[in-house]
Design a binder for this molecule. Structure first.
Ligand code: THU
Length: 133
């Protein structure tokens, strides 16, 4: 199960388009309805237009008709274990529960598992918005 997420993420990481940072990231999501989605980072000559791997995987999931992340695994090539950037924590939280599992991995193994509650405490979410349904 976790091995599946890990191999999907490691595989898609190879497709990362990173001519500027040379830092490849791969992400695999298992959705609430047990489907798998992947994403890699896609950089741009206009640097701020680059897209993180998490954003790509989330977009694929939503395009596939799913709106709940059950587990998400992030992997990079570096020696240091990767953690999702602040913006990606916010993006992930939109489609997570506080128990959504965040798996952090190197190419060889999953090194850390935490919950969304741990990854992004005190998060801003839709409950703060004043809207009526
Ligand atoms: N990056 C991700 O794809 N996800 C993260 O959580 C951290 C950073 C990418 C963005 C950029 O292409 C490269 O890693 C270096 O910052």
């Amino acid at each position: 199960e976790e091995k599946m997420l890990h191999s999907l993420a490691v595989n898609v990481m190879e497709n990362a388009y990173v001519p500027y940072s040379k830092f490849k990231v791969g992400v695999a999501i298992k959705s609430g309805n047990n489907k798998y989605y992947v994403g890699c980072n896609v950089e741009n000559a206009a640097y701020p237009q680059g897209i993180c791997a998490e954003a790509g995987a989330i977009s694929a999931m939503v395009a596939g008709g799913c709106s709940l992340i059950s587990e998400v695994l992030v992997v990079s090539e570096g020696d240091r274990l990767i953690v999702p950037c602040g913006g990606c924590r916010q993006k992930l939280s939109e489609f997570s529960t506080s128990d959504t599992r965040i798996l952090l991995a190197t190419i060889t193994e999953i090194e850390k598992t935490l919950s969304m509650r741990d990854l992004l405490p005190f998060s801003f979410d839709k409950r703060f918005l004043n809207f009526t349904e």
